[in-house]
Design a binder for this molecule. Structure first.
Ligand SMILES: *Cc1c(COP(=O)(O)O)cnc(C)c1O
Length: 428
């Protein structure tokens, strides 16, 4: 469900970037401080026993939520920094509600544990972030939850083929999609997944669609507006944007997010006050950062595409109308993003790892590190690093090979970054 009653100025709806400095915070409740203070406290004082009782009744759903504001109780349940952050994050995706977590993985794990029961099946796109892949394929099966994958950038009916497998159609409870996929930038048609979920839903069982929107969101892709039920983020990446915190988020309709927050309360996977405060700082510059990073990445992708030592570049901005993913890109992405993955050209008889490592070791401005979306540019080797957990045959089937390098483009001058790539490619 899409929220549409955000603040206006003389009838003009205000853009999210205009609201990132003010929405959801009243300075006069905090001595006039223009920025929210960090509410570094575990618990909150009640004015009376009656008030404490009432707050708990609202928190436990025994009194209608919304009629009265839920008072502050304990920082595993709510905290001013967490609540202001959640309100502001809803603006970009026009979501009804948001829950922020201690990491992207805790956002995904808490959401899946809330949505799934023994006997259910998750149908998911591939490749997935390494941690999500491990959770779905190795941990959830211990709780009787099955899985079936379909290839991103595949044929339009791949999802139907996955759903048609024995026992999948009757048992599927969730379609989990990551698009663009980490690390290959392969795309999945969110609208097609929503249509498939609707077809399989019955009056007693709703098949949900959840989208990991870490690579393009919340600026450049809006899955909720395409009919997805939930959108998930590793807020460690672009939303945090400075490589100095770990956090995650899940957004969607208020009833679902309420349930997910109930699970979060019991697992203790919420973000703390300091992390929430850092994320509020980050949200103020999210749009300018993401736009500048994407502009730099476009130039770098074009430079790599014309380099003799580069065999292939995976970047949505280089898709041609005949390529898999082109139509999906046109339909659902608002930018080409700032993740550029490429294969180095390997010598005859080499799998490419030695060449990729020589390149990575020669970089001087790029840092050799996993993670992405920060102000500084990073380079890593998915085959032996972020995706080392993925079963070998799956890695190879998805094109995650030893010659692949993944770049996250930051805010440095693109000409300086190109100079660094140029000198490092000389050593390949
Ligand atoms: C990093 C990442 C995650 C996991 O997030 P953490 O904040 O590291 O727990 C999930 N999905 C994608 C696409 C990611 O890049």
């Amino acid at each position: 469900m899409i929220q549409d009653d955000y603040p206006t100025l003389d009838g003009r709806p205000l853009s999210p970037e205009s609201l990132m400095m003010s929405y959801g915070y009243d300075p006069h409740l905090s001595e006039g401080a223009v920025k929210p203070p960090i509410f570094q406290t575990s618990t909150f004082v009640f004015r009376s026993a009656e008030e404490g009782k009432a707050f708990f009744e609202i928190a436990m759903g025994e009194r209608p939520r919304g009629a009265e504001p839920m008072g502050l109780i304990y920082s595993r349940l709510n905290n001013p920094n967490l609540e202001i952050l959640e309100d502001r994050l809803t603006l970009w995706d026009r979501a009804e509600a948001c829950a922020v977590f201690s990491s992207g993985m805790s956002a995904i794990a808490t959401t899946l544990l809330y949505l799934l029961n023994p006997g259910d099946v998750v149908v998911h796109s591939e490749p997935l972030y390494g941690g999500t892949d491990y959770l779905i394929k190795r941990i959830l099966p211990r709780f009787g939850i099955g899985h079936a994958g379909f290839r991103a950038n595949g044929q339009a009916d791949d999802i139907q083929t996955a759903l048609a497998q024995p026992e999948v159609a009757e048992r599927v409870a969730l379609i989990f999609v990551e698009t663009p996929a980490n690390p290959t930038n392969a795309l999945v048609d969110i609208g097609a997944c929503v249509a498939a979920a609707r077809t399989l839903s019955t009056p007693t069982k709703r098949v949900r669609v959840a989208v990991d929107n870490t690579f393009l969101g919340p600026l450049f892709q809006h899955p909720l507006q395409m009919g997805a039920d939930l959108v998930l983020y590793s807020a460690t990446k672009f939303i945090g944007g400075h490589s100095d915190l770990i956090a995650g988020a899940c957004l969607g309709p208020a009833d679902l997010i309420d349930g997910i927050k109930g699970m979060r309360l019991m697992l203790g996977t919420m973000a703390d006050a300091h992390t929430s405060w850092l994320l509020l700082r980050s949200l103020e510059t999210l749009k300018v950062r993401m736009e500048a990073q994407a502009a730099g990445a476009c130039r770098i992708a074009r430079f790599l595409a014309h380099h003799a030592k580069v065999e292939w570049v995976y970047y949505p901005g280089l898709l041609e109308p005949s390529d898999a993913g082109y139509d999906i890109f046109k339909k659902q992405c608002l930018s080409t993003g700032s993740m550029v993955t490429f294969n180095v050209r390997a010598m005859e008889g080499s799998d490419g790892e030695a060449e990729a490592f020589r390149f990575l070791n020669a970089l001087r401005l790029f840092h050799l590190a996993v993670s992405l979306g920060g102000t500084e540019s990073l380079a890593e080797h998915p085959y032996t690093m972020t995706h080392a957990d993925v079963a070998l045959e799956d890695r190879l089937a998805m094109g995650i090979t030893p010659k692949m390098v993944r770049l996250s483009i930051g805010l440095e001058n693109p000409d300086d970054l190109i100079a660094d790539l140029e000198q490092a490619l000389r050593s390949v």
